[in-house]
Ligand binder design. Sequence first.
Ligand code: ME8
Length: 532
Amino acid sequence: MASSDKSYYVTTPIYYVNDAPHIGSAYTTTAGDVLTRWHRQRGENVWYLTGTDEHGEKLLRTARANGVSPQEWTDKLVREAWLPVLETIDAANDDFIRTTEKRHTERVQEFWQNLHDAGEVYKGSYEGLYCVACEEHKLPGDLEEGTGEYAGQLVCKVHHRPVETIREENYFFKLSQYTDKLLAYYEEHPEFVQPATARNEVVSFVKQGLQDLSISRTSFDWGIPIPWDTKHVLYVWIDALLNYVTAVGYGSDEEKFERTWPADVHLVGKDILRFHAVIWPAMLMAAGLPLPKKVFGHGWLLVGGEKMSKTKLTGIAPAQITDHFGSDAYRYYFMRAIPFGQDGSFSWEDLNARYTSELANDYGNLASRVAAMVGKYFGGVLPEASAHGPAEQTIADALAAAVATADERIGEALDFQGGLNAVFDFIKLVNGYLTEQEPWKVAKDESAEGQARLATILYTAAESLRAVAVLLNAVMPKSSAALWDSLGAEASLGELAKQPVQDAGRWGQLPAGSVVTKGAVLFPRLEERAEG
Ligand code: ME8
């Protein structure tokens, strides 16, 4: 198969549906959506997967506490909360997998049956500590002294809740056999775990030596039964991780699987890095399957210095933000304000300030001023840039540089903030250019030369906006479409989503003669939005 046929395949974690999504859960999905829209706009085949993780003890306990069956609970939460949030944040995923679907459960059973048959799994007795909120086996080093109501007990460092002791007969996966293979793999593929802090953490964890992993439970039955011993259900994590392959045809549609797997990027929060960078690659090695190309562990959205969490009920629902600011500003804010890979705190004040200064003033005003001036001075028909000089060339050169930076930062480095900085620095430059050139003064000069200057200034600004619409489409699809429309670009250049982003810096694409209209204000002042 030609490598160009291979899909650029990006995944998010599949989320526990013990409660509705908050902005932390939506953070990864937003980043993945920006990344995949960017690659689609490079003209690549893209496959973007998200979904829900529906088995396990946490889910079972939540359903019981609500007096319904776990299946009823998950069906309701997925329908009423997890699917709708994708619309709220304007995500364009290609598929949504639920781990209770047959396409998943049957393939998971086959996978583990094969590893069992290959001698990778054995029966033993397990005694250890378990955090139900993390759905994770814990070692003493993962715990700390509790405080308040949990004083005197050891609690999980993430959820600050006591762990439980499990004593059961379990099946084990021979994870310990993969210690050296994994270390060799990290060494040969330094790009496999990113950013560098995440990679260092994973490498030093594995260097301590891995223990075999308990992969089954018998004390409850909300999970996928182990095919060769149905008293056991599979440990939720080794069921969940397989979603990345079951959703793209593993064991059912070989052609699709070949075209899609391995994943180019697994996006995960740093809380679940070890599962993705240690257990998952070991499972794939055991099964003889290719490993994902990259696991990127991003930071946490914090509340009061702690990870925002469903379990601790510290979440803010995405719709609380989008109802007021719209989905474009939502997406922009999280991608611009927090360096991807680091922790960050959401703040209404910061969002409000950025909305007003960066979106409404710097960007939205530029778009409306330019459309208004083309309307006023040229009857809404974009004039020709017949006097392109050094000031215009500076803009054209800066654009080419911004495009190269944004493409590398967003498309390759997953540095969304760096990419947006480049685009918004360019917007600032265009604003500065208009301030210097003063087209409203030049308009008073009725000589042929004056009119040529005026035409050139407005063309330069409109052509800059053409490129900005292309560059921002992955982050803010709604306002970019409105700007594209206002520039009358579709008639000559075609659909916005089809404009190759890497080519956005080629100067002079928007033809003179384009019909420019004032259109809707891209980022209305908030009191207007609230009234409207
Ligand atoms: O761990 N800040 O599901 P989960 C940033 N089902 N990202 C956050 C966040 C925060 N405060 N809170 C959640 C699971 N996330 C498993 C995954 S994958 C095979 C199985 C995001 O519902 C982040 O991506 O606890 C984190 O890794 C994920 O949601 C955890 O979601």
